[in-house]
Write a protein that binds this ligand. Structure first.
Ligand SMILES: [Zn+2]
Length: 226
């Protein structure tokens, strides 16, 4: 699968001073994204830090799923407690990679992408562990979804059953309301392991797009986990 890479100019805004975090916090690494696309569409979405520099999110948060146009701007509000208030905000100094630009129409198959920040965002937010889950790992497995709801309230305890559809997609039995496209994660030994992201709801079935070995390797090679 061909990759598409987009560069945005580097500037950064860091809002409050960092506070020491004790233990793993699922909220802080989860960004409420406010997207504006080149086609004029806009929206809200979710992404999650999976390393110091890398944020995993749905492809449709990076390219408009209706018009196949990339981001014009995006604000990442980490630890958001409302649409505008959170712990850290970044709106520049990043580039992003997607695997489908939806120019030929939307499909959940490669509705995944990632953002590489120029700065060590994870130092301030912490991050979820990325995991390339095998089909065997996912057999009869419950998973969780982190999300911001339509009122921009964070939730991290949403539970769903996952089952494998194919090499890129999982079926989800349940999903939170709203259009956040949050991370799907397994909870093992008090740590969260992200295995995919909720795809856009296109035909009534809800899928998660899997974090594949290819995406993981691309993220690593792009410095997401440095
Ligand atoms: Zn659009």
């Amino acid at each position: 699968m061909k990759r598409f890479l987009v560069l945005l100019l580097a500037l950064i805004l860091v809002i409050p001073p960092m506070t020491a975090s004790a233990g793993f916090n699922k909220h802080l690494p989860t960004a409420l994204m406010t997207m504006k696309f080149q086609c004029g569409c806009s929206g809200k979405g979710c992404g999650v830090m999976v390393g110091r520099y890398g944020l995993l999110t749905a492809g449709h948060n990076l390219y408009c799923r209706y018009h196949g146009q990339g981001l014009k701007s995006c604000e990442f509000l980490f630890g958001a407690t409302s649409a505008y208030v959170g712990k850290r905000k970044y709106y520049n100094g990043f580039r992003y990679v997607v695997y489908d630009t939806f120019r030929k129409g939307y499909s959940p198959d490669w509705d995944i992408g990632y953002v590489i920040f120029k700065y060590d965002v994870g130092k301030n937010t912490g991050w979820y562990n990325p995991r390339v889950a095998s089909d065997k790992d996912l057999k009869n497995r419950g998973a969780h979804i982190a999300y911001y709801n339509n009122s921009y309230r964070f939730g991290d305890d949403f539970m769903t059953n996952v089952s494998v559809k194919d090499s890129t997609l999982l079926y989800l039995s349940e999903y939170p309301s709203g259009d956040c496209a949050g991370p799907v994660f397994l909870w093992d030994n008090d740590m969260a392991y992200v295995i995919g992201v909720v795809a856009a709801k296109s035909d009534g079935t809800v899928y998660a797009t899997r974090l594949t070995q290819q995406v993981y390797d691309d993220m690593r090679n792009d410095g997401a986990f440095d």
